[in-house]
Design a protein around this ligand. Structure first.
Ligand SMILES: [Zn+2]
Length: 356
């Protein structure tokens, strides 16, 4: 390990060093979607347990839920993202690991959300010297390439002085993530595979401005479906790396920082291959959602009386220690942590934390 970083949230130069460590070490970090303090704390606990760094991210729906369903959703998705970021800023260093803070898919109608979060990031940097998030995702993959890259460039210009990055999407990840996305069965199949020429154009236009990462599609889909007619072609990632490296005469064989969306349900072999081609971030949501709910479901099934009565109707036993929300929420955290143990192992990041 050549870079050691202080534990806590990383931004700018430190974020880029962390990515370099991942790529040089042949491993990637899970980017876990969270919806509240329970899932955030479970992610940090799992990362600390595995001595791995980790990426914590919020979709617009996750951020909105974090602030509360009682608030107007448009306002809540801004406030919830700010609140979640502040929670992680305060606690991450105590878990002794490095955390990347990210937001997930923002299509055209969600760009005002990103602009509002950048405004908040500017205020935060003025007061505390660091922005709120390490990176925001801009997903204009449904728009024409020129429009996608122009808008991504505009946002990258906004964040670059804040020590922030952006993640863009080229090609379309199949399936749906929190209302953003497309139907796997009806989408034009060619869109599920990014063209390396498009990746080169993105590099040419964005790299001179600042740091960005690329979610390139290689047949990956959001969610877990029965195996279907979409074939994974991770060699697209390799072809993109080679094209950019050769065109620019770069010494690095993997100049692009690649992101794997739709990690849930992926085989260990596909994950390994994607990492070999320069993937440093793998998004995981569906499988960790299921893991959390599975634990809660098991607890409720095992202690069903406590979810119907405060005192057991036959034994007169008080059931408080079973219906106390900390009991069943903790079970959800525990089973989410177990699923994350698997993710850290498959991504090869166990024991690789750069935090000193
Ligand atoms: Zn995604």
């Amino acid at each position: 390990m050549t870079n050691q970083l202080p534990a806590g949230v990383v931004f700018g130069e430190e974020y880029r060093k962390l990515i370099s460590e991942c790529k040089a070490g042949g491993y990637a970090l899970p980017a876990v979607n969270v919806v509240g303090t329970d899932s955030i704390n479970a992610v940090m606990e799992a990362a600390a347990k595995n001595r791995s760094d980790v990426i914590i991210q919020l979709s617009n729906g996750g951020a909105s839920f974090y602030a509360g369903k009682g608030l107007d959703a448009a306002e809540a998705m801004i406030l919830g993202a700010v609140s979640a970021a502040q929670h992680v800023h305060l606690l991450a260093k105590h878990y002794g690991i490095c955390v990347v803070l990210h937001t997930d898919h923002a299509n055209r109608k969600l760009i005002p959300w990103i602009d509002a979060l950048i405004d908040r990031g500017e205020d935060h940097k003025k007061k505390f010297g660091v922005p709120l998030f390490s990176s925001h995702m801009v997903d204009l993959s449904e728009e024409p390439l020129d429009e996608n890259l122009s808008e991504s460039a505009r946002l990258l210009k906004r964040v670059v002085d804040l020590d922030m990055s952006i993640e863009i999407e080229l090609g379309i990840t199949g399936g749906e993530e929190d209302g953003v996305g497309s139907d796997v069965d009806t989408i034009d199949n060619s869109k599920l595979y990014t063209q390396p020429e498009d990746v080169l154009e993105a590099y040419d236009r964005l790299n001179p401005i600042g740091h960005f990462s690329v979610a390139a599609s290689f047949g990956n889909v959001h969610g877990v479906y029965k195996p279907g007619n979409v074939v994974l072609r991770p060699e697209i990632l390799e072809a993109s790396q080679k094209l950019v490296s050769a065109t620019h005469g770069l010494s690095s064989e993997k100049p692009l920082d690649l992101v794997f969306h739709g990690g849930s349900g992926s085989s260990a072999e596909n994950i390994k291959e994607a990492i070999d081609y320069g993937v440093f971030k793998m998004n995981i949501d569906t499988d960790t959602q299921f893991a959390f709910s599975k634990g809660v479901g098991e607890f409720v099934t095992e202690n069903s009386m406590a979810f119907l009565h405060q005192i057991h109707p036959e034994t007169d036993q008080p059931l408080k220690k079973f219906y106390d929300p900390r009991k069943w929420l903790r079970r959800g955290e525990e089973t989410m942590i177990e699923r994350l143990d698997q993710a850290f192992a498959e991504l090869g990041s166990v024991g690789k934390s750069v935090a000193k």
